[in-house]
Design a protein around this ligand. Structure first.
Ligand SMILES: *Cc1c(COP(=O)(O)O)cnc(C)c1O
Length: 809
C-alpha cells in the first residue's frame, strides 16, 4: 500500500461521508474517531488476510495464548505506530483542521483485565506480531471491562465500564464461525464400535460467537488475531420450548442467563472468587477456543496425531487450566484417540505460566460444583489424577506425598496441579519467583518434574511504553544513536556512553520537565488542581493490595510531614506524590487504604505551614491510558512490595524505560533491574527474601515491638485513630487493628525505617542534578532487556518451538 497524505485525507473524508453522511465541520470528535478507526482497520485488512493465508498455506506452527484477561487499552495510536503511519496521519488530519491527539483521547480503553497479568497478555500479543511469530490471543469479550473508579468524599465508588457503548471499530464479528459449548446434564457411557463412547443428555448448549481483533506487527506486514468469545443463546431470542408453553418470562430469563457468561470481568486481582459463573466463563472460552483451533487445523488436512507439531497452547495462570481436560476430551471423545496418545499430544501442546505464590490466589474448585457443571470434564480430571497419583506412588512409595500432590483432594480440584501435570512447561515470571516456586511452593512438583520448570522474566512492549507514550524521549534516543533500538531494544544500551555528557543530560532533563508540564496541565484542565512541575514527581500506580504496601508509602509521607511541622526550615526538594490504584470492590482493607491516602492528602495539601513542600494527588481511575500519561513524567518509581510477594511486576519496567529512578525492595523483577543497572543507579531498601521467609516460618515478628520502640511510628499510628487526620477516630480503626493487633502481615513497620532512609537518599541524589541524570540515563540504557520482544523470543525458542514467519505482500 502506497499511502500518501493526500490519499489519506480523501479516504478519511470519504469514510466520514459513507458512515455518517457528514463533512468534517459538521462531525463530532466521536465520529471522526470512528471514521479514522474504520479506515485504519481497512489499511490493515489486506495484511491480516495475507497473514492468515500464508500461515495456513505454509503449515507453520502457531501459538495460542489463552488468557481470561487482555488489558489492551487504546488501539488507535499503537495501530498507527505499528503500521508506520503516525506522522502521515497526524499531518493529514492537521491539514483538515483536526488534532490527532484529541481524536485518540475519544477511544475507550479496552479494559478487559485487572492489572499486570492482563497487561502482560496485551504486551505479548504486540511482541509476537512485531517479531513475526504466528501467535494469537484467545479470551472473553466482556460486555463490561474493569469498573471505572470514581473518588467520592475520598472513597472509591465503582461505575460499570460500558466500553462498547459507541461500538468497537477494531473487532470483526464472525457469526459464521460460532461454536457450541455444553454445560451440565448427564453423561451416558455406551459401548459402540468396540470402544466406550460418551453421550450427553439434558445439557445446556450455549453459542460462542468469536469477535476478531487484528494485532498489527511493527512495520512487518504481520497481522495476528485476538479472538474474543461472546455468549449467546442458540435460539437467538427465545427458548422456544418455554415460549410455546406460554412461559415468556422464563424464556427471556434464559437468554439473559446465557449472556451473563460473557457479561462482566471479575474485578478481583490476585484473590480468587469461587463463583460458579467464573468457572462457566473459564470453560466457555477454553472450550470454544480449542474447538475452533481443531476446526482450523483439520482444514489443513494434517492428521490429529501431529497436532502438537503445529499447535502450541499457552495458559496464562491457572484460569484457563481446564484446557488440559478439554483438549483430552476432544481428542478422546470426538477424535477417537486412545488415552495414551491423547495424553501425549495434550501435554506436548500445553504450557503453563504461574503468576503468584499467594495462597488466596491459588485456584481450586469444589468437586460438587465442578461435577454438576462439567460432568464429562470431571471424569477426565479424575482419570488424570488417578494415573498421576499412581506415578507419584511408584516413584516415592509415600502416601503422604501422594496426598499432598493429588490434583483432587479435600473436596477440591487444584487447578495449578492440573496445569502442571497436563503441560510440558511450567514457568515463573521472574528469576526470584521461579526460584521460590522450585524450592518452596512447588518443590514436590519440581522434584518430580525437574525438566518442566523454567523462568521467563516478564517484559513490556517498548513500542507502547516508550515510542508511543514518550515520543520526545524516543526521538532524542533516535537522534543520538540511530533507530536500530526500535527493532532491537537491547541497543538502547548505546546511549550509555552519553550518561555523563552534560549536553545529553540537559536534553533528557528538559524532556522530563516538558512531560511533567504537560501532565500538570492535564491535571489542571481535568481536575482543577495545580501541581508544581519543579517538584519531584514520586509515583506509585498499581492495583491496591496490602502486599504492594501503599500504606508504607503513606507512612513515609506522614513522617516527612511531621518532620516539616517540627522543623519548618528542613531543606528538602518539594515533592508531589501520585497514587493511582483500584481496589477490588469486596476488598475492605484496600478500600480503606484509598480513603486513608485521600484523607492524608486533604490534610497535607491544605496545610500552608509547610510551604507546599509536599503535595499528594490520588489519580482517579488508573488504567492503561492513564499509565501512558503519568509514567513518562515520573522522577521516582515506587516498587515497594514485601519481598517474595510480587512475582515480577511490570510497572517497574515501564518506569525504568522512561528514566525514573526506582525505590525498591529486592522483589520480583526489581532484582534483575538492579543487576542490569547496577547498585548505584537504583535505591534499594528493606528486608531481603531470606529474612522475610525466616520471620514467616519462625513467627518471630511482632509489629508492636516496632510501634513501641520507634517514636515516629507511634506518632503516625496513634494519629490514625485519634481524630488528628480530621476524620472520626473509628475511620481507620481497622487499618490500625491490621497493623498492630493482627501483626502487620506484610511487615510495613519492620521496613519503615529502611524506607525512610531510602527516601532521604533520593532527596539527596535529586539535589545533585548531574548524578541524577546520569542515573536516569543508565536506567533507560539498561531497560531494553525488559522489552517483551526478548521475553517472547525466549518463550518461542524454549517452550513453543515456533519459527518466525516473513509475510510477503
Ligand atoms: C503495567 C500495569 C499494571 C501492572 O503494574 P504493577 O506495578 O506491575 O503491578 C497494572 N495496571 C496497569 C493499567 C498497567 O499498565
Amino acid at each position: 500500500m502506497n499511502l500518501t497524505k493526500e490519499r489519506l485525507k480523501s479516504d478519511f473524508k470519504k469514510k466520514l461521508m459513507n458512515l455518517y453522511a457528514e463533512s468534517i465541520p459538521d462531525s463530532s470528535k466521536l465520529h471522526q474517531y470512528l471514521a479514522l478507526g474504520a479506515l485504519v482497520k481497512e489499511y490493515a485488512s489486506e495484511k491480516w488476510m495475507d497473514t492468515n493465508i500464508q500461515y495456513n498455506k505454509r503449515h507453520v506452527k502457531q501459538v495460542y495464548y489463552f488468557s481470561m484477561e487482555f488489558l489492551i487499552g487504546r488501539l488507535l495510536g499503537s495501530n498507527l505506530l505499528n503500521l508506520g503511519i503516525t506522522s502521515l496521519c497526524k499531518d493529514a488530519l492537521k491539514d483538515l483542521g483536526i488534532d490527532l491527539h484529541e481524536i485518540e483521547e475519544v477511544e475507550n480503553d479496552a479494559g478487559l483485565g485487572n492489572g499486570g497479568l492482563g497487561r502482560l497478555a496485551a504486551c505479548f500479543l504486540d511482541s509476537m506480531a512485531s517479531i513475526g511469530i504466528p501467535g494469537h490471543g484467545c479470551g472473553i469479550r466482556y460486555d463490561y471491562g474493569l469498573f471505572e473508579q470514581r473518588i467520592v468524599d475520598g472513597y472509591q465508588v465503582e461505575i460499570p465500564d460500558n466500553w462498547l457503548k459507541n461500538g468497537n471499530v477494531w473487532e470483526v464479528k464472525k457469526e459464521d464461525k460460532a461454536i457450541v459449548v455444553k454445560f451440565g446434564g448427564k453423561v451416558i457411557p455406551t459401548f459402540e464400535n468396540n470402544r466406550l463412547s460418551f453421550n450427553y443428555q439434558d445439557y445446556e448448549a450455549v453459542l460462542a460467537i468469536p469477535y476478531d481483533t487484528p494485532i498489527i506487527g511493527y512495520k512487518n506486514n504481520t497481522v495476528n488475531t485476538l479472538r474474543l468469545w461472546s455468549a449467546e443463546t442458540i435460539d437467538k431470542d427465545f427458548d422456544l420450548e418455554s415460549f410455546s408453553r406460554g412461559d415468556y418470562t422464563k424464556a427471556v430469563e434464559h437468554k439473559y442467563s446465557v449472556q451473563s457468561i460473557s457479561q462482566v470481568l471479575y474485578p478481583d486481582d490476585t484473590r480468587v472468587d469461587g463463583k460458579i459463573l467464573r468457572l462457566k466463563q473459564q470453560y466457555f472460552f477454553v472450550s470454544a477456543g480449542i474447538q475452533s483451533i481443531i476446526r482450523r487445523y483439520k482444514k489443513g488436512n494434517l492428521p490429529m496425531s501431529r497436532f502438537d507439531e503445529f499447535i502450541a497452547i499457552h495458559i496464562n495462570d491457572t484460569h484457563p487450566s481446564i484446557a488440559v481436560a478439554e483438549l483430552m476430551r476432544l481428542l478422546l471423545d470426538e477424535e477417537g484417540m486412545s488415552w495414551d496418545e491423547a495424553w501425549k499430544i495434550t501435554t506436548n501442546t500445553i504450557a503453563y505460566t504461574n503468576h503468584t505464590i499467594m495462597n488466596e490466589a491459588l485456584e481450586k474448585w469444589p468437586i460438587e460444583m465442578f461435577k454438576k457443571l462439567l460432568p464429562r470434564t470431571f471424569m477426565i480430571i479424575e482419570e488424570i489424577d488417578k494415573r498421576f497419583c499412581n506415578e507419584v506412588n511408584e516413584k516415592y512409595n509415600d502416601l503422604q506425598k501422594v496426598h499432598d500432590m493429588a490434583i483432587i483432594s479435600n473436596g477440591n480440584i487444584k487447578m495449578a496441579y492440573l496445569a502442571i501435570v497436563g503441560s510440558h512447561s511450567v514457568n515463573g515470571v521472574a528469576r526470584l519467583h521461579t526460584e521460590i516456586l522450585k524450592n518452596r511452593e512447588l518443590s514436590n512438583f519440581y522434584d518430580f518434574y525437574p525438566d518442566k520448570f523454567n523462568n521467563k522474566t516478564n517484559g513490556i512492549t517498548h513500542r507502547r511504553w516508550l515510542i508511543k507514550s514518550n515520543p520526545k524521549l524516543s526521538n532524542l534516543i533516535t537522534e543520538t544513536i540511530g533507530n536500530d533500538w526500535i527493532h532491537n531494544p537491547n541497543k538502547l544500551i548505546d546511549i550509555l556512553p552519553y550518561s555523563k555528557n552534560p549536553v545529553f543530560q540537559k536534553k533528557i532533563y528538559d524532556i522530563k520537565q516538558n512531560n511533567k508540564m504537560d501532565f500538570a496541565k492535564h491535571v489542571k484542565d481535568h481536575y482543577g488542581i495545580v501541581i508544581d512541575p519543579n517538584s519531584i514527581f514520586d509515583v506509585q500506580v498499581k492495583r491496591l493490595h496490602a502486599y504492594k504496601r501503599q500504606v508504607l508509602n503513606i507512612f513515609g509521607i506522614l513522617d516527612l510531614y511531621y518532620r516539616l511541622k517540627d522543623n519548618p526550615n528542613l531543606e528538602i526538594t518539594p515533592r508531589t506524590y501520585f497514587f493511582g490504584a483500584k481496589a477490588a470492590p469486596g476488598y475492605y482493607l484496600a478500600k480503606q487504604t484509598i480513603k486513608l491516602i485521600n484523607t492524608v492528602a486533604a490534610k497535607i495539601n491544605n496545610d500552608s505551614s509547610i510551604n507546599n513542600k509536599i503535595k499528594i494527588l490520588f489519580l482517579e481511575n488508573y488504567s492503561v491510558s492513564l499509565a501512558e500519561k503519568i509514567i513518562p513524567c515520573a522522577d521516582v518509581s515506587e516498587q515497594i512490595s514485601t519481598t517474595t510477594k510480587e512475582a515480577s511486576g511490570t510497572g517497574n519496567m515501564k518506569f525504568m524505560m522512561n528514566g525514573a529512578i526506582t525505590i525498591a525492595t529486592l522483589d520480583g523483577a526489581n532484582v534483575e533491574m538492579k543487576d542490569a543497572v547496577g547498585n548505584d543507579n537504583i535505591v534499594i531498601f528493606g528486608m531481603e527474601k531470606d529474612e522475610v521467609m525466616s520471620l514467616e516460618k519462625n513467627k518471630t515478628y511482632h509489629s508492636s515491638d516496632y510501634y513501641n520502640s520507634d517514636s515516629r511510628l507511634k506518632r503516625i499510628i496513634d494519629n490514625l485513630v485519634n481524630g488528628s487526620l480530621n476524620v472520626p477516630p473509628s475511620e481507620f480503626a481497622d487499618i490500625h487493628k491490621y497493623l498492630i493487633a493482627n501483626n502487620d502481615e506484610y511487615f510495613v513497620l519492620k521496613d519503615f525505617d529502611s524506607y525512610v532512609q531510602a527516601q532521604n537518599r533520593i532527596d539527596k541524589l535529586y539535589k545533585d542534578r548531574a548524578t541524577w541524570m546520569q542515573m536516569s540515563i543508565s536506567n533507560i540504557a539498561h531497560s531494553g532487556i525488559f522489552s517483551s520482544d526478548n521475553t517472547i523470543e525466549q518463550y518461542s525458542k524454549d517452550i513453543w518451538k515456533t519459527k518466525k514467519v516473513d509475510i510477503n505482500i
